[in-house]
Write a protein that binds this ligand. Structure first.
Ligand code: TXA
Ligand code: MG
Length: 311
């Protein structure tokens, strides 16, 4: 237990890196959601992530690095992974790759698997922190296990204040949903839909990517109850009932407490607003009705998150 969590500014990155080197936990912004960072080669630091999040131990963590050279120090990159990396890194894509024997990664990061989930984030604060730290950072989303992922420093403090050393305040996350995860079991397999639309992956691969059908390799982020607000969610609603708050998509004019994911039905804007709006409505209402969201592009990830939150 840490008595108080420091809110750092981007200019404090050297201080943040020093905390990480000493085994402390620092939450930092990425373009998807805030990550809870720890030195991925320090077992005690990584264990601290599970403690702070009260996260079930069997979930492996995403490792964040600054560039491709740093990926190659910890993992092997098959040809199709290299094509996706060239097209989308830095960005909201995570690749699950075979781990090098000499990666030096804590076993807790990979949860005993011989693969590691790796991501090069685009966010300039994340980039600067990774270069300053000079090694791989394990970072799941910076929220208590089973709660909504944070897209502001305030969300991080709501869930983890007093449990982590610091958070770097980098404002809102532009993408707003977690990275898309792709594994390579002979050929590419989609393990989690997310901030990089499927259509973009398919365009680079030149075919439709396979969906994961093997339970053994399902990303634990796919657990049904993973994104759980306290409020009851009713999806694909036409209008709010009495006692329901309204989470809208497109123009509306209801006499209920409401927020709009995107008045202009822009799915990118909706994804960026999703977790912040769920956090906000969860605080004021026990019941939330949600407008229908299209299932194209980022709408797939948005519906996936909403369905998990509703179950
Ligand atoms: O956008 C994101 O991906 C955010 C930011 C902070 O980078 N991170 C994130 O991490 O969402 P987390 O820990 O909440 O989700 C990691 C997901 C989990 O579903 C985990 O099971 C999966 O990645 N994963 C990690 N290593 C894996 C592996 N070796 N094989 C299969 N899935 C893996
Ligand atoms: Mg998470």
């Amino acid at each position: 237990m840490i008595s108080s969590t420091q809110r750092l500014a981007p200019r404090d990155i050297p201080a943040a890196a020093a905390i990480l080197h000493s085994g402390g936990l620092v939450a930092f912004p990425t373009e998807t959601v805030y990550g809870l960072g720890a030195d991925a080669r320090n077992n005690r630091a990584v264990a601290g992530i599970f403690a702070a999040k009260s996260r079930p131990q069997f979930n492996p963590l995403i490792v964040h690095v600054a560039d491709i050279a740093a990926v190659e120090e910890i993992a092997f990159i098959p040809p199709e992974a290299r094509a996706l990396a060239a097209a989308f890194w830095p960005g909201p894509l995570t690749l699950v790759l075979p781990t090098r024997d000499d990666s030096g990664l804590s076993d807790l990061v990979t949860a005993g698997l011989n693969t590691v989930a790796v991501r090069i984030p685009f966010n300039p604060i994340a980039q600067a922190l990774l270069y300053e730290f000079g090694g791989p950072l394990a970072a799941p989303s910076a929220n208590p296990s089973g709660k909504i992922s944070p897209t502001t420093a305030g969300h991080v403090l709501d869930g983890l204040s007093g449990k982590i050393a610091a958070v770097i305040d980098g404002g809102h996350c532009d993408v707003g949903v977690e990275s898309t995860i792709v594994g390579f079991h002979n050929s590419p397999v989609l393990l989690r839909s997310g901030g990089l639309p499927l259509e973009f992956l398919n365009a680079v691969l030149g075919r439709e990517i396979a969906r994961n059908t093997d339970d053994a390799i399902t990303a634990p982020g796919q657990l049904k109850s993973h994104y759980a607000p306290r409020a009851m969610l009713r999806l694909n609603a036409e209008a709010p009932e009495p006692n329901e708050a309204w989470l809208g998509f497109g123009p509306h004019n209801f006499n209920a407490p409401s927020l709009n994911l995107s008045v202009s039905t822009d799915l990118t804007e909706a994804a960026a607003n999703l977790f912040a709006h769920m956090h906000a409505l969860d605080k004021i209402s026990a019941r939330i009705a949600v407008a229908p969201i299209p299932t194209t592009g980022l709408g797939l990830a948005i519906n996936d998150r909403l369905e998990r939150a509703a179950s």
